[in-house]
Design a protein around this ligand. Structure first.
Ligand SMILES: C[S@@+](CC[C@H](N)C(=O)[O-])C[C@H]1O[C@@H](n2cnc3c(N)ncnc32)[C@H](O)[C@@H]1O
Length: 302
């Protein structure tokens, strides 16, 4: 799967699938058009478990937000690559544990941001939300935006880059983008990443995916475990490390559903952080102690 038009962002190519609404289709949502469905069906024909894979991406979002807010004590989140709203959304989960959590929602797709502004609104008594139309490939613009600048720069931020980095090619240096963003945020800030991989897929499924017509499904780059590890190189990785997505703290699931096998989930998940002046939870009462960071050796053994 490659870009159909290098000059034009894929979400603006007339008649093409949009990443966000194809994901919505695969999740069983209702905000998608014919080309999103056609692309989603082609992907499902190549990889019949894709419905499980996208559900596992979404479930990790739920657990990551719960971890960041309820365990790491973070009260400011920047969600880059929001997707079409599907409750519970990031702020719904964050406000369940801490209603004062600030959330900045960012996406490069203006249609996604229109949905976000209309549908992602805080309940009474909860912190207001911010909306930012921005591209992950321009971290300086994100950091300089009024929404991000208005965060408390004496407190850590939880950066969510979930199911997005596989749309960034190696030429665009995804690891540098992650480090640039974290480098502009306060010490102790965390990044949560989920990423599609073909590592556990049977050869037949990989061959099916490789045969998908280039240019019809947008830019996409699945990565190996080592390639995903490189995205958090130099950061402190939080336990349980970089693991198959459904294995990342399944104890934080609240839906009671079974764990998906790695060969069906086809993803990795990791949360990492920059060192903070004092280790442990960054914010006050009610925060449960964050799990310790683990060494790169432990990370590789996971
Ligand atoms: C698959 S959805 C993920 C939604 C959500 N993060 C989740 O995990 O459920 C990917 C989202 O990333 C957005 N996206 C893709 N590339 C992006 C980029 N370069 N900058 C900002 N957003 C991007 C798409 O528009 C889409 O809304």
């Amino acid at each position: 799967m490659t870009s159909s038009n290098a000059e034009q962002p894929p979400y603006l190519v007339p008649g093409g699938p949009r990443t966000a609404s194809r994901y919505d289709y695969l999740l069983g949502g209702k905000d998608h058009l014919r080309d999103d469905r056609a692309s989603g069906e082609a992907l499902a024909a190549a990889f019949p478990d894709i419905g499980i894979a996208v559900r596992e991406l979404r479930r990790f979002m739920h657990r990551a937000v719960r971890y960041l807010v309820a365990e790491a004590g973070i009260r400011q989140l920047v969600d880059i690559g929001v997707g079409i709203p599907k409750p519970p959304n990031v702020h719904d989960i964050a406000h369940r544990y801490a209603p004062d959590t600030r959330v900045v929602y960012a996406d490069h797709d203006p249609v996604v941001m229109a949905h976000a502004r209309a549908l992602l609104t805080p309940a009474a008594g909860c912190a207001p939300l911010d909306y930012l139309e921005a591209d992950l490939r321009h971290p300086d613009a994100i950091l300089a935006s009024p929404a991000v600048r208005s965060l408390d720069h004496d407190q850590p931020v939880g950066l969510l880059i979930l199911a997005v980095l596989h749309f960034i090619t190696d030429d665009e240096h995804p690891g540098n983008l992650v480090r640039a963003l974290l480098g502009g945020l306060p010490p102790g800030s965390h990044v949560a990443i989920s990423h599609t991989t073909f590592d556990p897929l049977p050869a037949e499924i990989r061959a099916n995916l490789d045969r998908l017509a280039p240019g019809q499904h947008g830019t996409f780059q699945a990565r190996t475990r080592d390639q995903v590890a490189a995205l958090v190189d130099g950061l402190d990785v939080v336990a349980p490390g970089l693991v198959p997505i459904s294995h990342w703290r399944p104890d934080l699931n609240t839906d009671g559903d079974e764990l998906a096998e790695p060969a069906k989930a086809a993803g990795y998940a990791v949360i990492a952080r920059t060192p903070s002046a004092a280790s442990g939870p960054q914010r006050g009462a009610g925060a449960v102690a964050a799990r310790p960071a683990i060494s790169p050796q432990q990370q590789v053994r996971q």
